[in-house]
Design a protein around this ligand. Sequence first.
Ligand code: UDP
Length: 479
Amino acid sequence: MAALTKVETGVFDPRRFKEVLSAEAWAAFSEALDRAEETFKGRTIWNVNSTGKGGGVAEMLYSLLAYAMGAGVDARWRVIEGNPEFFRITKRVHNHLHGSPGDGGRLGPEEHAVYLDALEPNAEALAKLVRPRDIVILHDPQTAGLVAPMKEVADFVVWRCHVGLDVPNDIARNAWDFLDEHVDRADAHVFSRKEFVWLGLAPEKTVIIPPSIDAFSPKNQELERPSVEGILAASGLVEGGDPGLATFVRAGGQPGLVRRPADLVDGGAALAADARIVTQVSRWDRLKDPLGVMLGFADHIAPRTDAHLVLAGPAVEAISDDPEGAEVLEEVRAAHSRMPPDVRARILLAALPMDDSEENAAIVNALQRRSDVVVQKSIAEGFGLTVAEGMWKARPVVASRIGGIQDQIVDGVSGVLVSDPGALAEYGAAVTGLLLDPRRAESMGFEAMNRVRTEFLGPRHLLQYLELLSKLMQKATAS
Ligand code: UDP
């Protein structure tokens, strides 16, 4: 049985970033590009995670690796295989790392044995590919158990954790206990923010690298208004556009056309062409609080504005490492179906087609660009790429004051932070305030775009990896 899936990322020209970076940022990045190929000569950088599509990690890897390849660095991506029990346990670990009990199950020795058993064939398959001079970057809890086997075959092994909790609780510490004997053996640990660093890990091996978005991907590329309207018409979300104009540029540069409609779960119809729209895009995950977004909208936004809510996420059968998706979507659908008809009609539950991930991305792009307010009302969040995505599109974003969201939004300047994710009235007031004050919303959107330009684009991220890996290699040469 094949234990690894290869994900092709293509090769993108990193020099295109000259268009969007400041002169100073471009100078630093282009200098790094000049030396990247030489720095990694004779080495392959393997990235290993648990899904090739859906979610923030896959989103980032796709672009970062393609730009690395464009810079002459041999960067490759493999996805591990696991059985349903493995993914149930790793989802539990993921939830625990966010401080939440998830399905309430244990993380004990039996679970640990299931976890390691499932990883074994993956370790064997990787050992056949990885050569001694290579670098292996393992992403998230699903791959932590591969640190030791990879240390046996590669020069350097980095563990990159994309999740965390601002103030760790016992539940999170339970997940650390489950994994730290593995993580501890890596040459470096990368976290998205300093608050997420696990107690007990060697500080000299720990590095903070916040995530980033790709300004040119189908998800974030500039779209002209007819394309935005065309895409939203083709996907059945908003009326008025010409589906013939539902165009975007694929990652490889070829023209793309959105053809597949979204599935409007629990019924409903495309919104009117002039509808004002509040949107949250996320996986169907309780930590994204889709129920709170919907109930807060019904109680605190709908009565005071004419806006509609679009709650969008992936078609659930598509995400193999997220076994709870279908369950959560069903909970949201059931709550929606119990709402009074007038409010229900103002809320669309959209499961976006995932057959073609670039088409899916173009729909998300158009939806975010068309939104008057973008929301990310998560209960826990490692970073929240959807926040940066909304900000890059000059949208005012209302999001919870948690995790990496706090590093992105400067409250009141480049978005609004809602202090208590449980307080639906506060979230409702923030969204309503922006809907009623379009000038404030516009200036916030402008600030937001500039903040992403300086802090959260790929070049900053790639530079930090270059620095980390160069240091590891220098240290090894010196010792
Ligand atoms: N996403 C998507 N299609 C969907 C739902 C989500 O492309 O139907 C993307 C979203 O745009 C973002 C990523 O999945 O790029 C989610 O990343 P985030 O960091 O917000 O959350 P995660 O899923 O990693 O917890």
